[in-house]
Design a binder for this molecule. Structure first.
Ligand SMILES: [Mg+2]
Length: 275
C-alpha cells in the first residue's frame, strides 16, 4: 500500500467546502475522511474571523489549522501568528478616520453584538464572533464620497487600505491568502506535521472566487470550484492553471480531492513513498 506523505490541503469555505445555499459540507465527507485517514492536514482559509472558524471547527473538527481574515491571522494548535497588520494599527487608523470625517464612524471592533447583528442581519451569537477581529475591521458608517476619499488617504498613511466588500468598507492590510499559505506551511514544518524539505511538500488549494486567486496561484495543485449560481469567474493565477471541479461546492470538492489522491497514490514521485 502506498502512503501519501507531504500533502497539505488549503480550502476556502463559502461556496467551496460549504454549499452556497445551505452551508453544508456533508457531500465532502468521504474525501475528508480519506484525508484524515492519511494524516493529511486540512486548513481552512477564509475571510471569516478566527473566532468564527473556531466555532465551526469546535462543532465539526474538520481542520488542523485556521487562517482567518483573508490570511491576516493564522492559528495552528497553540501557535497563533498575525501576518496582517497589528490590531493597534487598525484601531489607530479608524480613530484617525473618525476624527477627520464629518459623520459618526463605528465598526465591528467598536460595536457590541447587537449593533453588528443589526448591521449585518446575523444572529447575535454569530455577530459576536464576526466582531472578534484581529487585523481587519468593517466600518459601520454612512459616508459621502468625500468621506471615503479622506478615509482611503488615512488608511494609506497607516500602511492600510480601505476595501469595499459586498456591504461594508473594510479597513485592512495588504495580506493575501497565498502568502498566509506559505507561513502556515512553515508553521506545520516547525510542528513536524510536514517534511522539513519544501520539495517534499505538495500543497493543494481549493477556492471559488477572485479572493482565492492568490492562494490558488501559490498551490502546487489548484482546484477552482465552480460557483453554484451564475457564471464561473475567470481567475488570474499569474499564468498558472487550475483544475475546474466537476461540480460546485462540497460535491466538486469531494470529487476533485478523490481524483487528486488517486493520481498521487498511483504516481511514485517524491511525494509518495511505500509504506
Ligand atoms: Mg468562497
Amino acid at each position: 500500500m502506498q502512503h501519501l506523505t507531504g500533502l497539505v490541503v488549503f480550502t476556502d469555505l463559502d461556496g467551496t467546502l460549504l454549499d452556497h445555499d445551505d452551508y453544508s459540507w456533508e457531500a465532502a465527507r468521504p474525501a475528508l475522511v480519506r484525508l484524515h485517514e492519511n494524516d493529511i492536514p486540512v486548513l481552512a482559509i477564509s475571510s471569516k474571523t478566527l473566532a468564527e472558524l473556531r466555532a465551526i471547527n469546535n462543532r465539526h473538527h474538520l481542520f488542523a489549522g485556521l487562517i482567518g481574515e483573508n490570511g491576516g491571522a493564522i492559528e495552528i494548535g497553540s501557535d497563533l501568528r498575525q501576518p496582517g497588520p497589528a490590531t493597534q494599527t487598525i484601531d489607530d487608523a479608524r480613530a484617525a478616520i473618525a476624527r477627520a470625517v464629518s459623520i459618526p464612524v463605528a465598526s465591528f471592533r467598536t460595536s457590541n453584538a447587537d449593533a453588528i447583528a443589526t448591521a449585518t442581519g446575523l444572529a447575535k451569537t454569530d455577530a459576536a464572533l464576526a466582531g472578534d477581529r484581529n487585523c481587519s475591521d468593517p466600518l459601520i458608517w454612512q459616508p459621502s464620497s468625500d468621506d471615503i476619499a479622506i478615509a482611503e488617504k488615512i488608511a494609506r498613511d497607516f500602511g492600510l487600505k480601505l476595501v469595499k466588500g459586498g456591504r461594508f468598507y473594510t479597513l485592512c492590510g495588504e495580506t493575501d491568502k497565498g502568502r498566509a499559505m506559505q507561513t502556515a506551511i512553515s508553521m506545520l514544518q516547525e510542528q513536524q506535521k510536514l517534511p522539513a524539505k519544501r520539495s517534499e511538500i505538495t500543497s493543494i488549494a481549493l477556492g471559488d472566487s477572485p479572493n482565492d486567486a492568490g492562494m490558488l496561484a501559490h498551490a502546487d495543485i489548484a482546484v477552482q470550484i465552480p460557483v453554484k449560481h451564475g457564471p464561473v469567474p475567470q481567475l488570474d493565477l499569474g499564468g498558472k492553471t487550475a483544475r475546474l471541479a466537476p461540480a460546485p461546492g462540497p460535491q466538486g470538492w469531494n470529487q476533485s480531492l478523490h481524483a487528486i489522491l488517486d493520481e498521487l497514490s498511483q504516481t511514485p514521485t517524491a511525494i509518495t513513498k511505500a509504506r
